[in-house]
Design a protein around this ligand. Structure first.
Ligand SMILES: Cc1cc2nc3c(=O)[nH]c(=O)nc-3n(C[C@H](O)[C@H](O)[C@H](O)COP(=O)(O)O)c2cc1C
Length: 172
């Protein structure tokens, strides 16, 4: 890992977090080198909770990645440069149930110190430990266009990940 990435403090992440998540998108990856899966996400938030740096991801229960997030105590969130947009599109429109995402050309998996997976091509990786999860409860919504977002009642499960390490690429 240290060959390709350097550990940085979360305070030293220079990108704007709204752009990183909402515009650049991220890959959420869970599993280990034997079996892992990743999906693209553009909904999420990063900040501080319980005195810890955290990122919160929102994953619908039908995602294949969900099963990996449920099973494993760690996950990663990784960010890429524009040249990888096509790969992010693919990971956001195709399920690991239909395509072995471990074999996507252009993504080289690498194991983190906590045995989760990120990719050499990522410009930034947040290595996270699951510290809390819950499901969106429709009873608490104050939004009016709920029907559009949840017409299938597939309410997201959100995972609060403590950012154990922030890894900045030495090469990308
Ligand atoms: C730009 C973009 C953003 C997405 N954001 C999310 C998200 O935040 N949460 C979610 O559950 N699905 C999101 N998706 C959909 C999943 O990435 C998509 O369903 C993917 O195929 C799931 O893969 P999997 O079944 O292998 O886990 C997004 C898709 C795209 C293209």
């Amino acid at each position: 890992m240290e060959e390709f990435f350097e550990k940085i403090k979360v305070e030293d992440i220079s990108d704007n977090v709204f752009s990183l998540i909402g515009k650049d998108w991220m890959l959420i990856t869970a599993g280990n080198s034997e079996a892992y899966n990743m999906m693209t996400a553009s909904w999420g938030t990063a900040g501080v909770l319980w005195r810890k740096p955290v990122i919160i991801t929102f994953v619908r229960p039908q995602r294949y990645t969900y099963q990996f997030l449920e099973k494993h105590p760690y996950f990663s969130v990784s960010f890429f440069r524009e040249e990888h947009r096509e790969i992010l599109n693919l990971c956001g429109t195709t399920s690991g149930r239909d395509l072995n995402k471990m074999q996507i050309a252009g993504l080289s998996a690498i194991e983190t110190p906590n045995q989760t997976i990120t990719f050499k091509e990522a410009k930034l990786t947040l290595e996270c430990r699951k510290i809390y999860f819950d499901d969106i409860d429709p009873a608490f919504f104050q939004l009016f266009d709920l029907e559009k977002i949840y017409s299938n009642k597939d309410y997201h499960r959100f995972y609060i990940g403590e950012i154990i390490y922030a890894w900045k690429s030495k090469i990308n």
